[in-house]
Structure formats: C-alpha cells, structure tokens
Design a protein around this ligand. Sequence first.
Ligand SMILES: *Cc1c(COP(=O)(O)O)cnc(C)c1O
Length: 341
Amino acid sequence: MNIDWSSLPFGYFKTDYNVRCYFRNGEWGELEISSSEHINVHMAATALHYGQEAFEGMKVFRGIDGKARILRWEENAKRIRRSAEGIMMEPVPTEKFKEAIFKVIHLNKKYIPPYGTGAALYLRPLLIGSGPQVGVKPADEYLFVVFVAPVGPYFYKNGFKPVKIQLVRDYDRTAPHGTGHIKVGGNYAASLIAANRAVVEGYSSVLFIDSKENKYIDEAGPANFFGIKGNTYVTPDSETILPSIINMSLRQLAEDMGMKVERRPVLIEELEEFEEAGACGTAAVITPIGVIHDRETGKTYKFGEEGKAGPVSEKLYKKLTAIQHGEEPDPYGWTTVIEGV
Ligand SMILES: *Cc1c(COP(=O)(O)O)cnc(C)c1O
C-alpha cells in the first residue's frame, strides 16, 4: 500500500471493509462485515423513490502520541437518530452505531493517515429505507451501512487559506418546517445546482440565505457559517440550519478563550461588520472565508488580509485540531481513543 497521505483529496477511496446492519421484521439484526463496495437494493426501496436517506460524517485522526481519536461520536449517534425520526425511518440504536463505527475503524486501521499529514480517516454512516413501497409510506426494512475513506481537507488544498464563497438568492436548499435541521440526502439534492454553479463560476462553495424572508445568512453549503466581530463569535440560528457538532465545539472553545458567543439570526448586511468569517463542519473543520460575493446584487464582502486567515479563526482551528490530535488536554472529554489500532 503506497498512499500519498498529504495530497489526498476529499473523496471516495476504496478500503478493505465496510459494515452493514439490517432492520427487518421489527428488529435490528447482527452487524455484518463486507468487503464489497456494493449493496443489493430492492428497486422499490423507499430510499430510491421517496428519499428515505440520512447520513453522518466523522473523522478519525492519528495523534502525536500515535493513538487514534474520534471526536464526540455520541453526538453523531444522536443526530442520525433525529434525522431518522424526521423522515420516518427506524432510528439506529446508539449501541449499534457505536459497535459499527468502532468495528469499521478496526477493520480498516491501515487506512488511518499518519500524524502530521493533515489527513484523516473519514467515516460515512448512512441509513436508508431498503424495503419496497410504491405508495408514499415509510419502508418496513432499513439498512445501516458504515464505510470509510482516508481523506484530505474539504475545501482547500494549499493549507489554511481563505476561500471565496458565492451568496445565492435564486435557489434554496430547504425551507422553514422542512428538513434543513436534519442530515438527509434530499437537502443535498436540492443544493446541487447552486453548489455546482458556484464552483463553475470560480467559488469554493455557496452561501444560502433563509428561504422565507431572504434576509438572513443560513448555511455555507455543507457547513455552518460563523463570523468574528471584535471579541464575539457570531453564528446564525435558524430552524433550517443543520446543527454542526464542530460549530457547537467552536462555540465552547471561543467561550473558553474569553469570547462572547452569539447564536442568533444574522442579517446579510451584517457581513459588513465581521472582521473574519468562516465555514465549519467535520469535512471543512474551519475553512476561513476571504470573500463573499453576492451573485445577484454584485456586492462583495471582504474579510481580513488578503490570502491570510484571521487570527481568531486560526486560534480556534489550532485549538480544535490540537484536541483532535491529542496535542492539548481535552477538558470536556470530547475525544475517544480507539484502542488497538
Ligand atoms: C454535516 C453538515 C454540517 C457540519 O456538521 P458537523 O457535525 O460539524 O460535521 C453543516 N451543515 C450541513 C448542511 C451538514 O450536512
């Protein structure tokens, strides 16, 4: 095996094993180990017709002490349960979730990137309605799968550099009372045209605004948005935003650094007042935002010095990644060391 760990993209990578588990006849079965990259799905499965699909994303980092760590997996277990409930799927029990993720990490331990490469082993749990229906009804059968892939950073290849983001007004990823607050595939399907267009037009990602009043900042594509104003960490609060576990962690770290934390609706115009902006999530960790360009009005918002991440974003990034890599104390017990890998 000859992997260039430092130049891995964020993408699919074939590994040795994945794990699967079926919910059938009213109960979850045993966890199965598979070396196939394929799943055999009924053509009338509700996932294929009516979008019964939810997923998660987590990263395992090899630490400075050689140990592999995962961040706050219990939160992901909780969230995929909420996602399942939100689209009437059978929730995965936390014990099953735990068994699956630790098993799949063990089976693929040789794909955990070495310390210092910036790369991680990405875990992708997914839950789908696998049972057949033709009428619009939830399935009776569900399939839970976890596969892994060694990955590099999501948005940037050349280190911790600010990216350009495109604010869009002509597409919405979700709506109030919809499914924006849960991690389901349908939200991503709805975001693809805008996200892809942003990339074609030269941006790293898209910034959605609220779909009801068209006044507030919503999601930064597959990540949450935050801004820094003086000594305050500001992040939008809205029922259409996916509650990011990284954002939740950054809010705590910001407070610990003596900052004020505000989670509230953020008007688009307020972008003018931020000295720093960033996108955060497991895939992105923190991606500093240098420029936000409003596609419709042509207005451009700039943050900080060109080509350079702001000091607060950098401090938060360093703090969080130091905890993930076992370089600094983990005062809240966020990380779990994966024994035996
Ligand atoms: C997964 C996801 C995030 C980030 O959540 P984390 O728990 O921090 O990984 C943010 N926004 C959307 C839309 C997501 O799907």
